[in-house]
Unconditional design. Sequence first.
Length: 137
Amino acid sequence: MAGYDGYSRSNSAIQAEEEGKFPASRLAKIVKKYKQYKGCTAGDVKAVLKVDEWHHTSCKYNRTDYYNILDLLELDKRNRLSAEIADRKEYTKLYKLAVKSGVTHIMTDDGRPWYPIEKQWRGLFGANLPELEALRR
């Protein structure tokens, strides 16, 4: 079903949404209505679910990835999404605490700076950084 519906989405994108496939941002809005997914973001969805298909969107014909909401019927993926949300929230707290405390780098065991602490690097380190955990005490 080629063509466009106005300037926002292709007709194929509209059909995909009728089949339960959504962009990560829209899927996050749908699932965060449930308690265990409160605070879900598009990044969380992208970290857990695989792209099911893509469609053109906007008047610029952007390529937008679509994710299938039915993938969340799998217990493993639901648990991974909950864990991803919790990890992101915990890391955000630790990151803010590190910035407030003036911590700028993660140190090696011998005291040399290893990596600067930057918010977008959460996935590299995980949520339980010992150096940042020490700040909480």
